[in-house]
Design a protein. Sequence first.
Length: 296
Amino acid sequence: MNKPQLKAIAENAFFSMFRRKADVCDIQETFYGWVVFLASGKSKIVVKFSREVGRIGKEVASLVQLRKIVSCPVPEIYLFGREDGYDYIVLDWLDGVSAHQLPEDSKAVMTFREDYTDILLALHEHQHPQGFELSNGQFSQNLSSAFDDWMGSVYQYLMSVGSPFSTKLKEKFAELWESRTKVLAPIAHESSSFVHDDCHIANVLFDPVTFKVAGLLDPCDSGFKHRELDVIHLFDVRSDLHIAERYLEKSHLDDGFEARRHFFSLWDDAKHSRNMGWYNEQWLTNKFSLYESVIQ
């Protein structure tokens, strides 16, 4: 992606909205694309671009749904457009600090941890009567069938001749795929939950005065899936805050979660590889080692 071109598109969007140029314009690269922060006085917006075709449309739908469900702020969508071949969205710039920067203060940690886990628990209480959401917008009451829909194309990709996965990792993922029904069996009876799908705390803002959640950002493949697809991300960033452990204290998960944690995480990594071409042999090998140590 052409950074100067993206910056120019974002500046044009700001000018179109406010009829003046932005005094502040900061562009940052993310895993899926670029984010541009623009401001002039009290007028502030965020413009997001994605490398993955179709990602922006998915985020629009996810943000709209999240705004209906969660109690904390979620960015409002001002504009969804396309210019010079780039899809982009213009969003509200929420005030707050990335929870990745939460201070190591017991009051701050406890306040944020309690607030965020309560928000997630409330989010996961939203279920769909038809079950688990499929990629075509339909639903299935069967978790295994839904998982096949979510990850079938990912499995086909990683096993293909053109994928970067080594023969050894392909063999491990083949075994993992064959075991999916057995691994999912302990939660096959559970209802669906609406999930953010990338809810690690780097995608959360906190209020630096109250230390409560000030915003929930950057949903990935949100929808009515299984809540453990969210829980696995709570281990990803700032494990010292013990967000995942507090969630587990508040909401019991069925037996076998530790295995499913690594199982879902491996497929999540494979999905990111399919979407963006990311690949890290050692990272995936280490994660398989963790999974195998749990199931033995």
